[in-house]
Design a protein around this ligand. Sequence first.
Ligand code: C5P
Length: 221
Amino acid sequence: MFKVAIDGPGGAGKSTISKAAAKQKGFVYIDTGAMYRAAALFCMRQGIDIQNNPERAAAAVDTISIDIDYQQDGQHIYLNGEDVSEQIRTPEVSMGASEVSAIGKVRERLVAFQQELAASKNVIMDGRDIGTKVLPDAQVKIFLTASAEVRAKRRYDELVAKGDDVSFHEVLKDIEKRDRNDETRAVSPLKPAEDSVLLDTSALSFAESLQAVVDIIDKKL
Ligand code: C5P
């Protein structure tokens, strides 16, 4: 099986690029951030203060079922049977996901699930720890990044297009806070795998970033 691991900070374009690259290569795209988001959504609906009560959050995540369905328009994610693909894309859930993903027990459960999903398929999987932890044997590892300002601008444009009432400053602050959380947490902090290719998309268009990723994959295929 051929495995491509794409890691990097939030808003670097990982999911859109990975999805498009997977389509081109006929691989299955797996978005692991969506799983942390679904776990966070569940805790938030239960009224759990994730940061101050990590044990309760971990126990809650232990009870949920997460299912992934691969459809024409991309991955759909189900939390206890409910399609939450849309509900997980809010700034509140983004922050909750960053908090819930710092809990070791939550990571253990979701990493095992991700490894199971990837076992029998050619995949492009994106996240924060795919090259370092989930698929350490991946044939291709890419660390996709961009400056915080560029990432915030992309996220801001996305949210505004959806009709969300947000300010650029708020989005940038959120991105910087999530970067800090992801880079400084004790378990699986965000960092490039030693054998990863670093790709900075700050000055690249979407088409150029996609081409760069496909070129890296093609060299190893
Ligand atoms: O990629 P996305 O923004 O959807 O991820 C949401 C959050 O989930 C990230 O900020 C990160 O804290 C966490 N995450 C993680 N490990 C992954 C994927 C996501 O810790 N493999």
